[in-house]
Write a protein that binds this ligand. Structure first.
Ligand code: HEC
Length: 179
């Protein structure tokens, strides 16, 4: 075999190698599929804040609760409660679900349904569910009570909060008088 022939063989091998690589790249281009940036679909829940996060409460604590409550009505509250119903019962004698049963919740002590296992944060929260507390908590649960396990983003609109609080108050043995 002379060197000319060896050269031809080497060249042929190189050509084949180049072709293989070329086809690979080409099919990459042809069959390139764009991946979505965030796989799956978004659900409207908020990450429950951990004890380490130290952001301050951004929820307005000084609300004119009488003016706020005046915006709401029970009928729309019932509709808005559908968002809550995934985790809460509201009827008298209703069972705990992902969240505690909410019949009688307005005015009762925070974290006081006996057979429900609350987060430490709620169990240690020494207050009652006043209109103000409910308004704050329902605005942004994870901000109002750090460490709550209620994985709900909150109701941004005042009118929605007013309505749902009125609805909660209605579902009670002793609805409290509204301001
Ligand atoms: C994804 C499920 C989920 C949704 C949706 C949800 N909650 Fe909750 N809720 C919880 C859980 C879990 C707790 C217990 C929190 C804890 O122990 O920290 C809770 C606690 C509460 C409490 C405190 C009750 C008590 O006994 O102290 C109130 C009031 C409340 N939720 C109202 C609402 C309202 C009103 C809505 C709708 C606007 C709602 N929640 C939507 C899961 C949910």
């Amino acid at each position: 075999m002379d060197s000319f022939e060896i050269n031809k063989i080497v060249a042929a091998v190189l050509m084949v190698a180049l072709l293989v690589i070329g086809i690979g790249k080409l099919s990459d281009v042809i069959f390139y599929v764009e991946k979505p940036e965030t796989p799956g679909y978004e659900v409207e829940v908020e990450q429950v804040s951990t004890a380490s996060s130290s952001s301050t409460i951004a929820v307005d604590e000084k609300v004119d609760i009488a003016a706020l409550m005046a915006m709401g009505d029970i009928a729309s509250g019932e509709k808005i409660f559908k968002k809550c119903a995934a985790c809460h019962s509201i009827i008298k004698g209703g069972k705990n679900a992902i969240g505690p049963a909410l019949y009688n919740v307005v005015g009762r002590k925070v974290g006081s349904v006996e057979d429900y296992k609350y987060s430490k944060a709620l169990a240690a929260y020494e207050k009652e569910w006043t209109l103000e507390e409910l308004n704050g908590y329902l605005t942004k649960p994870a901000k109002w009570i750090k460490g709550t396990k209620m994985a709900f983003a909150g109701l941004r609109k005042e009118v929605d909060r007013a309505s749902v609080i009125k609805y909660l108050n209605e579902n009670s043995d002793n609805p409290i008088p509204l301001p």
